[in-house]
Design a protein. Structure first.
Length: 53
């Protein structure tokens, strides 16, 4: 499943969040690293949400 993300470039690197999943965000030194990290964050977020449901 694909999820749209919001990517923001800063002087320190890239920050990325998943609108629609409050608090689901990550960062990385590069855009690719930030995108890789948000994939993991989304998986972990959804796993916790399933446990709490």
């Amino acid at each position: 499943m694909k999820y749209p993300v919001a990517l923001v470039q800063t002087e320190e690197g890239d920050s990325v969040s998943r609108p629609g999943l409050p608090g689901c965000w990550s960062q990385g030194a590069t855009e690719q690293e930030a995108l890789d990290n948000i994939r993991v964050s989304i998986q972990e977020y959804l796993a916790v949400a399933r446990e709490l449901a």
